[in-house]
Write a new protein. Structure first.
Length: 415
């Protein structure tokens, strides 16, 4: 009879659908978690993308070809505040957390040839949720069902850029992915119940490697015949499919002991990622970006098995930045930069047959510390999901602070 009760509870834990989350997004429970697109406040303030941006004074983890114009040795580090207001048809809750959001270090080697080197660590995905449900089932006594998840996958990368003939820029990075994701489900009964607490924990470790290749065109604005339309470029980034080695350890704990099961190493295949974008300037002060990113997560497999909870991901973004063209002015306000953006995305998640989509607006600004150093701020408001079909709608609030520091290294001395 006791083992029969354990089997009943196991089935309930594995098949229950969570409704309200705490700590982070409820949708990070599925697949490998919530995708993280960009680590810096500059990118967040302009809609998170910017595949064609080649900036002399900022680092990009999206397209290594952008490093060919790097003017100074730079270091950037970022913090991210995330808040989620999750609601279903019956209730709502607000939850938040603060995370390290990545860092990069880059330096130019040869300005004329566009040779630069950069390395960094940025988040690839994040799992962070805590869900509580009150269960009333005729098969067992009433109990609280608690889901928790934490962890994620990070990307460590290093690479370089080179300026090709006709002022095209090429960049390549070696990427190493690794991470640990833990999911748990706990059924808690009243002390007077004849049932006892039972819990399941799954710990999965990921590691794999890949290459990312990026290309940015030369300035095509000369073909449009306008003196105010400047620096029009096209950028493209491609990361091939990644096969990660994955190992899991499952623990089932009851009042009579703990059962541990290790799956051994299996292969998890992440699909290729493609990004394409354009950027241009109106006069020297106004920069605009238009971008599209795509990743066919319907092809995501674990041990050769696809999942019904994944769909193809795409994201479209628009970005804007204002920067005073007089970069050597002594006035503080002449160095303040303003940013704004919009994006629409089809997330990788498909729950109960319904795709989870998101619309976001962005804003941001930079304050100067000195001529070549800034502290950057950006804010995002997004709405994701729906309350229909027993799902959750999330209002997303993100705030990022990035410190960007530049200095002169490797100066040649004439003899």
């Amino acid at each position: 009879m006791y083992m029969r009760r354990i089997k009943i509870l196991s089935l309930l834990l594995l098949t229950s659908i969570p409704l309200i989350a705490g700590s982070g997004s409820v949708y990070s429970r599925y697949g490998f978690g919530d995708l993280r697109t960009s680590f810096s406040a500059r990118r967040l303030g302009m809609g998170e993308l910017g595949f064609a941006l080649s900036d002399n004074d900022y680092l990009s983890a999206l397209n290594p070809a952008s490093w060919s114009g790097l003017r100074l040795t730079r270091f950037e580090a970022s913090l991210l505040y995330s808040g989620f207001n999750s609601q279903n048809s019956a209730s709502s809750v607000y939850h938040n957390n603060v995370d390290f959001n990545g860092m990069m270090f880059g330096f130019p080697i040869d300005h004329d040839l566009g040779i630069s080197f950069a390395l960094g660590i940025v988040p690839y995905s994040e799992v962070n949720y805590e869900i509580t449900q009150v269960q009333n089932d005729p098969l067992v006594d009433p109990y609280n069902l608690n889901y928790k998840g934490n962890g994620g996958i990070s990307k460590i990368f290093f690479g370089g850029s080179y300026r090709l003939p006709f002022d095209f820029s090429l960049g390549v990075t070696y990427d190493y992915y690794n991470g640990r994701i833990e999911h748990s489900a706990i059924a808690e009964f009243d002390p007077t119940s004849s049932f006892h607490q039972i819990s399941f924990t799954d710990v999965t470790n990921y590691h794999g490697m890949s290459l990312t290749t990026g290309l940015i065109s030369n300035d095509l604005s000369k073909y449009f015949g306008s003196s105010n339309f400047k620096d029009f470029r096209i950028g493209i980034v491609f990361t091939p499919a990644i096969t990660m080695s994955t190992d899991s350890v499952d623990n089932a704990s009851t009042s009579i002991g703990t059962l541990t099961n290790a799956t051994g190493s299996i292969k998890t295949k992440f699909p290729y990622k493609l990004g394409i974008g354009t950027t241009f300037k109106y006069t020297d002060s106004y920069t605009f970006t238009i971008d599209y990113a795509f990743q066919p997560f319907s092809e995501f497999t674990s041990n050769g098995i696809t999942t019904n909870n994944m769909q193809n991901y795409y994201k479209m973004g628009l970005g804007f930045e204002y920067r005073n063209s007089d970069t050597r002015s002594n006035a503080f306000w002449d160095h303040v930069m303003l940013r704004a953006g919009l994006s629409y995305e089809q997330s990788p998640f498909k729950i109960n047959g319904t795709g989870i989509n998101q619309f976001s607006v962005y804003g941001g600004f930079s304050l100067p510390i000195s001529y070549d150093n800034t502290i950057d701020f950006a804010f995002q408001y997004g709405r994701r999901g729906t309350t229909d079909n027993s799902l959750v709608q999330e209002n997303i609030y993100k705030f990022t602070i990035t410190l960007s520091i530049g200095d002169i290294w490797f100066v040649r001395t004439d003899r």
